[in-house]
Design a protein around this ligand. Structure first.
Ligand code: GP9
Ligand code: MN
Length: 688
């Protein structure tokens, strides 16, 4: 004990002595003086990045984000470290060049943000051909004084250099000292990087990899890391499409050689020919919620009503990958699957697509998408040009007041109300139209609870006491859980849906239209919350023990199968007719295009999904991770395990055949997108 105490005291003494030396010998101020140029470079570059965030993001935690400042420091000290490798006369040139380069990044992003409320991407360079047309307007309207503030950085660096030169400041020119300084400085960068890495959470990592939530990346990683990451992500599709074209093209031809050039007809062919189409992209809407009620109130009464009056597909799966909402848009409008790396909307927006809007446009339709969020979210602005919409009504087309905001943006009720006004105008101007309406309020984390309206997810019971008096008992049940909040949020979204249908009806917009609704993907809720939902022990406010006779197993298979989303086709006069039915065959998002196409009178030979009315019980849904499901089984390809959904035995042969088919489909889809095989210039065998 005594020894430890002594060593500790010795250490403290040593540190005190060193601190004294630092103080007496003015080591810090000496360090600053000796490295004034480098420090100016670092400080001005960090300040520039902070100013940029200040102009672009209005909350203090965004622009004064410690993480972003730390990331900027790491980048600039890293660059600065190498300045020591240069001889003093060249050191200034090195630092100034980089300072100008970083300043340019700030200026470009500052201008770009004013114009697009988003940060710049090198993938946008292909749009430079349009710049000359709008050049003057940009100079007049977009470049503002604030965008020039960043040049203070290089100016400061020049001033410091000139002053140092005048004083004939001490110059290090011993090679070994230069090397030592470089290594020291790199070591310091390493320590900063280590600190940064330990503070990173999984959300930071996943958003960094996907790169589409630009605001988030700039807020957490600073503008310099964002831009470097952007270059890498933009190059990725180019690199992956450089090799293997011939093989991809051959696989493409082999696959489609057996597919008919003419559509297969059935009793639903041309059923809705020339009708207007209202497609509702229902954010995070899940099928299992349709069967739930709390205190005798259904979670989704309006959705349930539409399902009970229309054509309802009760075993419908979304097939999204990391691109979530955007992947479901891709798959429903093109019948292709999400790409293996990156996301089609972000990394492959410049490819050629065969889409519902394009095929309907050939039939004289006006096509559009309405979504009250930032147009660059998921890179929609750019990708929509490739999908072929005539018009994208985004955030700038909506009136958004503070009190109308729920979660990510404009509330669904307000979004629908304003959309109906726009639709009335469209309806007057166009003969027939196809519109996608993307909902937003029911989006994770479902925490805007006070805005969703009353929907208790507890259990209320009235008990009669011995003396005959009645007493209400409340059990918390799903209150306070994420799943409980999801039901409240979903109940709000459902009520917005009900209002939308009423408003459309009042405006006479349902008379000649069909309504199509799909849940875009599941809500990614914790499995333990489902366990509570199905196994609640109200007496003890806990979850039933697994050994309890009423315990309902909710294992990983139940969870996977429970991720089903609703899909329905509805018209105002369908109830009670032979079209009013429930289709229970397994179906996926990629079957939307062929199924609707048959009813609306268009055919896409290159669809990967099928018209469910042709395939029925033989249909199969392939997920981007290689798992698949059909009426008989759910197959988990990662675990090579399956869950049988029928009594009859399952053969090895059908498992291997289906798995092979799933892999083929994923390859063909990925090749079509990465190698741009729908582009007639790239694929000369197309349409032969
Ligand atoms: C964003 C919205 C949500 O505009 O569509 O996207 P998500 O996070 O669900 O992919
Ligand atoms: Mn979504």
């Amino acid at each position: 004990m005594k020894i430890i105490k002594n060593t500790f005291q010795k250490q403290v003494k040593k540190i005190k002595k060193q601190l004294k030396i630092i103080k007496e010998e003015h080591i810090i101020s000496q360090f600053c003086q000796n490295n004034l140029l480098l420090l100016t470079f670092i400080i001005t570059s960090v300040i520039n990045s902070t100013i940029l965030r200040f102009f672009c993001m209005n909350s203090i935690e965004n622009y004064l984000s410690i993480k972003a400042i730390l990331a900027d420091l790491i980048v600039t000290t890293f660059i600065g470290s190498f300045s020591f490798l240069f001889k003093p006369k060249n050191r200034f040139t090195y630092l100034l060049s980089f300072n100008i380069f970083l300043t340019l990044i700030c200026i470009i992003n500052s201008v770009y943000y004013t114009f697009y409320t988003s940060f710049a991407s090198v993938s946008m360079l292909s749009l430079t051909q349009y710049i000359s047309d709008v050049g003057d307007a940009v100079v007049e309207n977009v470049i503002q004084l604030k965008d020039m503030i960043y040049i203070i950085g290089p100016i400061a660096l020049i001033i410091v250099y000139l002053r140092l030169k005048k004083k004939n400041h001490r110059k290090i020119d011993i090679k070994s000292e230069r090397k030592r300084k470089t290594l020291k400085s790199l070591g310091f960068t390493g320590i900063l990087l280590l600190i940064y890495l330990v503070t990173m959470n999984s959300l930071d990592v996943s958003r960094f990899m996907k790169q589409w939530n630009k605001e988030y990346i700039v807020m957490r990683f600073g503008i310099y890391v964002y831009q470097a990451n952007d270059v890498v992500t933009s190059l990725q599709p180019k690199i992956s499409s450089m090799f293997g074209y011939d093989k991809a093209n051959k696989e493409f031809n082999d696959y489609f050689a057996n597919i008919s050039n003419e559509p297969e007809t059935n009793e639903y062919t041309d059923l809705f020919k020339d009708k207007n189409v209202i497609v509702i992209h229902a954010e995070s809407m899940m099928e299992n919620a349709m069967r739930l009620s709390f205190n005798n109130q259904e979670v989704t009464p309006n959705l349930n009503k539409l399902a009970s009056e229309g054509m309802f597909f009760s075993n419908f799966y979304s097939q999204v990958s990391v691109g979530t909402s955007s992947d479901s848009e891709l798959t429903s409008t093109t019948s292709l699957l999400p790409t293996k790396s990156g996301t089609a909307f972000v990394s492959y927006s410049n490819r050629t697509y065969i889409s519902i809007p394009k095929l309907l446009k050939e039939k004289g339709y006006y096509t559009f998408s309405m979504h009250a969020n930032n147009a660059d979210f998921w890179n929609r602005r750019k990708m929509y040009e490739s999908i072929g919409y005539d018009r994208f009504y985004s955030k700038v087309d909506y009136k958004i007041d503070k009190e109308n905001i729920i979660g990510l943006g404009l509330s669904d009720k307000e979004f629908f109300a304003q959309s109906v006004e726009k639709l009335e105008k469209i309806n007057k101007e166009h003969d027939k139209w196809y519109g996608l309406f993307i909902m937003l309020s029911n989006h994770t984390p479902f925490s805007d609870v006070e805005k969703y309206g009353e929907f208790p997810t507890d259990i209320k019971e009235t008990i009669v006491e011995e003396d005959g008096t009645e007493k209400e008992v409340v059990y918390p049940y799903m209150e306070g859980t994420k799943l409980g909040n999801y039901f409240k949020s979903l109940h709000y979204a459902d009520s917005a849906l009900g209002e939308f249908i009423d408003e459309l009806n009042e405006a006479g917009l349902l008379d000649n239209s069909i309504v199509v609704l799909y849940g875009d993907h599941d809500a990614r809720l914790p499995r333990k919350d489902y366990n509570r939902l199905y196994n609640y022990d109200k007496e003890n406010d806990t979850i039933l023990d697994e050994t309890h006779e009423n315990y309902k197993e909710y294992d990983s298979y139940q969870y996977e199968l429970g991720r089903k989303v609703p899909f329905l086709i509805w018209t105002k006069d369908m109830a009670g007719t032979k079209l009013n039915m429930k289709i229970e065959d397994t179906m996926g998002m990629y079957d939307v295009m062929p199924t609707l196409g048959n009813m609306l009178g268009f055919y896409n030979k290159y669809a990967l999904g099928h018209d469910i009315f042709n395939t029925r019980e033989n249909n199969i849904v392939v997920f981007p991770n290689g798992n698949w499901v059909n009426n008989k089984m759910y197959y988990n390809s990662q675990k090579s395990a399956y869950l049988s959904l029928v009594e009859e035995p399952i053969t090895e042969e059908e498992i291997s055949n289906n798995t092979e088919y799933a892999n083929k489909l994923l390859d063909v889809s990925n090749n079509i997108i990465t190698f741009d095989l729908f582009n007639p210039e790239k694929n000369l065998t197309l349409n032969k």
